[in-house]
Ligand binder design. Structure first.
Ligand code: KG4
Ligand code: ZN
Length: 351
């Protein structure tokens, strides 16, 4: 019997012990869950080194992953208090992300699963962000609305059941996180831009009336107009030698960028008759957005499930969580699974 036949024929457990591995960008992460209970989560980041270059340098990321992956997995298994032999599956991000970076985690996961004779589960990074909510609240059950806002994606999704989704709206151009990063650059702030803008915005007032940036109908987003408005506002004042408050620009940008996310998530829940809104992705770590979502959901009588900040940005707990969803659906991967730089979120409508 081949490894694949053996691994796929193992009896499924009710509450499996799953190791998650994530290496799509600049975080080398590993985590262990038992059912929907998180046992350990290790995140080793090369962000400080990347910050010198103002963004992620793929070659530096790959090298950092190679150096950190063994430590991340070893510590995650040790801190979970389990032996590797007790693991029931290895879930790993196979895309989207930087190819060289993904290959480090994927190769490690394949070897680990093969050595233990347990199933390998390839996870779509974005589905991982969506699944983080299952660990944040172990009573969360579909249907619910998912607000996804990361560096590459912005979408309002009707999560009908664990594996069936309808994208109600998504970004037409820049993603929310990308807009934060670009606005931060204009303001001369350090990478990553989201946390830098959030920090500066605390010192300012949202006094600049930036245009609403959704040209589309329904639930689609457009952030490029807002980004251009920030660039023009700053450049025009700099050219005229007029002083302006960078903190007010940051606060105004943040208020415009987050307002539309919260409004649309609540509107989508009302349209679908959902009682719950869940959220995921790096931008959901933003304190202003979290408070706004809490306020708007409470006003609309909706339950809100927000993963802790460290499980909104890249981590492996969410990859293990999506691994659990796929494990329960019996979706296992072959060792021929390759890394994918791009995986489309899917077209608007049914998935
Ligand atoms: O989900 P994520 O960690 O990686 C992707 O899968 O893209 O998201 C990264 C994005 C970056 O654009 C970053 O600036 C943004 O999330 N981000 C934030 C905050 N923390 C991270 N944006 C706003 N406020 C934050 N506190
Ligand atoms: Zn991510």
């Amino acid at each position: 019997m081949t490894y694949e036949e053996r691994a796929k024929n193992r009896p499924l457990k009710e509450e499996p012990l799953i190791l998650g591995i994530e290496s799509s960008c600049d975080e080398t992460a590993a985590a262990v869950i038992r059912g929907r209970k998180l046992l350990s989560s290790i995140i080793l980041s090369s962000a400080a080194e990347q910050a010198k270059y103002g963004g992620v340098v793929p070659e530096i990321a790959s090298r950092a992953h190679t150096e950190a992956i063994g430590e991340a997995v070893g510590r995650a298994v040790a801190e979970a208090g389990v032996s590797p032999a007790a693991l029931d599956a290895v879930a790993v991000t196979y895309g989207a992300g930087l190819l060289g970076a993904l290959l480090v985690g994927l190769s490690f996961a394949k070897a680990y699963a093969f050595a233990l004779g347990i199933p390998l589960i390839g996870v779509n990074h974005i589905r991982g962000h969506m699944a983080a909510a299952y660990l944040a609240d172990d009573t969360l059950e579909p249907p619910f609305i998912t607000l996804l806002a990361s560096g590459g994606h912005t979408a309002v999704i009707y999560t009908k059941n664990y594996t069936d989704f309808e994208i109600m709206g998504s970004t037409r151009d820049d993603a929310a996180g990308e807009a934060f990063d670009k606005a931060a650059r204009v303001l001369g702030l350090s990478y990553p831009g989201g946390p830098s803008i959030e920090k500066l915005a605390r010192e300012g007032e949202p006094s600049v009336a930036f245009p609403k940036m959704f040209s589309g109908n329904g639930y689609d987003f457009s952030y490029s107009g807002l980004k251009t408005a920030v660039i023009n506002y700053c450049h025009q004042r700099e050219q005229k030698g007029e002083p302006y408050s960078r903190a007010d620009v940051a606060a105004s940008f943040q208020s415009a960028a987050c307002g539309v996310l919260a409004e649309r998530a609540v509107a989508a829940a009302k349209e679908k008759g959902c009682k719950t809104v869940a959220a995921g992705g790096g931008v959901i770590a933003n304190g202003y957005l979290r408070a706004l979502l809490q306020e708007k959901c409470a006003a609309a009588g909706l339950k809100l499930v927000l993963p802790e900040k460290k499980y909104c940005t890249d981590n492996a707990a969410m990859i293990a969580a999506e691994g659990l969803v796929q494990y329960r659906a019996g979706n296992f991967s072959d060792l021929s699974l390759n890394a994918c730089a791009h995986i489309p979120l899917g077209k608007k409508g049914k998935q």
